[in-house]
Ligand binder design. Structure first.
Ligand code: ATP
Ligand code: MG
Length: 391
């Protein structure tokens, strides 16, 4: 017997002709995410991918933990792979699923037979395996409607697979299948969640963080690294650009009316982020904004921000309440990092009375006091690259 993992890809199955490309991408992502655990052989057939470890000593528990975070997987299970012989299959079901069989009171057997040359048909396999297990585990009874345990037997091309409980996958689409986008990441709660949500839809992430030393500390940047490391467990590795923003912020502070600081700052961020997006061949920006959350996130303020954007801005949290965002941030384990107290560049320069209904004319008038192009180009030029790996 050899232990393998059977992966079921959910939404992928809907993609018709593109399915193969999507599956290949999913396999590439899984291979990468498991690379330091060991080498795996992947084989694909009929909306199931079989991952088979090449070396005996691959850590299966860790493999399972990693796969739970790979987008494009609806569900998966650890399975025993054995030769296609009924005697062997019965023995294997009895032994491989001992723990599950002992802890369940009711069960049923489901059989799939893609190898039509196998001598028994699916209902016959069910009857034989079910009968055998009832004899071996007399405390069990069969319940076809609501069994506590489903014993699955799949007769495929090369081998038979036996598995019990399914593990829920992360869902979504394989990272990279929808292209690439640049995530504006602060040290807050929202932006890491926004990155996670868009990665779930198949976007590969590159990240942009604005730092204003000495107003913001080295530890604030480290916090962003930690947040991205956590997001990367789902999205795969992330290239981060750390943009020096001190001069821009000081000039805004010294030359523009205080009530419009944040909107101007946000527009400057978007301009720089677009240059970096182009460099990274990213087709959109992602932010963690949500309508009405703060003064810079009113509809008129967002209109002023969008006014300088030539590529789409994805705001997956736009209609969410903070507590809904917090639930996701706890799930992806960014919350505890986000609430560490280090100053962010926004908080340092936050005005006391921000204008909640800025107009584009007013912002443009105020920006005349700045050398916008020079500041934006220099900031993008001087950005520093850090590669963030998940593990
Ligand atoms: P977050 O929790 O993500 O910081 P927030 O609710 O605190 O969001 P703001 O601080 O107004 O909101 O920021 C709105 C969005 O602007 C953030 O979600 C993020 O996408 C972007 N942003 C803010 N500060 C930075 C920064 N220093 N570097 C990069 N992006 C930033
Ligand atoms: Mg913030």
């Amino acid at each position: 017997m050899k232990e393998v993992i059977l992966i079921k890809n959910g939404e992928l199955a809907l993609k018709g002709l593109n399915r193969r490309t999507f599956e290949d991408m999913l396999v590439k992502n899984m291979r990468h995410r498991l690379s330091d655990i060991g080498k795996f052989n992947f084989t694909q057939s009929q909306s199931t991918i079989v991952a088979e470890p090449v070396n005996e000593d691959a850590d299966f528990d860790e493999t399972v933990e990693r796969l739970k975070k790979v987008f494009g997987i609806a569900a998966f299970s650890r399975a025993a792979a054995v030769e296609k012989d009924m005697e062997v299959i019965l023995k294997c079901a009895e032994e491989y699923l001992t723990d599950d069989l002992l802890s369940a009171r009711t069960f049923k057997v489901e059989a799939k037979r893609s190898d039509k040359k196998f001598p028994l048909k699916s209902p016959e396999i069910c009857a034989e395996v079910g009968g055998y297990l009832l004899r071996k585990y007399p405390h069990l009874s069969v319940n076809v409607h609501e069994p506590e345990l489903i014993v699955n037997v799949e007769i495929r091309d090369r081998l038979a697979y036996i598995h019990g409980r399914q593990i829920k996958g992360a869902g979504g689409m394989p990272t990279g299948s929808a292209g690439k986008a640049a995530l504006l990441i602060s040290g807050g709660i929202d932006s890491p969640v926004a990155g996670y949500m868009m990665a779930k839809r198949g976007l590969e992430l590159t990240a942009v963080h604005f730092a204003s030393p000495p107003y913001t500390s080295e530890r604030a940047e480290q916090k962003v690294h930690s947040l991205l490391k956590q997001v990367a467990k789902y999205s795969g590795r992330i290239g981060l650009w750390v943009v020096p923003f001190t001069e821009t912020q000081e000039l805004i502070k010294d030359n523009c009316p205080e009530d419009i600081f944040t909107v101007i700052m946000r527009r400057m961020m978007m301009r720089v982020a677009q240059i970096i997006a182009e460099r990274e061949k990213a087709g959109a920006l992602i932010t963690g904004e949500s309508v009405g959350q703060v003064a810079s996130q009113t509809m008129p303020a967002i209109a002023c921000t969008d006014n300088v954007c030539k590529i789409p801005v994805f705001r997956p949290l736009i209609g969410m309440d903070k507590d809904e965002v917090v639930i996701i941030s706890r799930k992806i384990e960014t919350f505890d990092i986000s609430i560490l107290p280090y100053e962010d560049c926004c908080t340092v320069f936050t005005p006391k009375h921000p204008r909640t209904r800025p107009t584009i004319d007013y912002v443009e008038e105020c920006e005349k006091a700045l050398e916008v192009d020079r500041l934006v180009n220099e900031a993008a030029e001087n950005a520093r690259f850090v590669l963030i790996n998940a593990y």
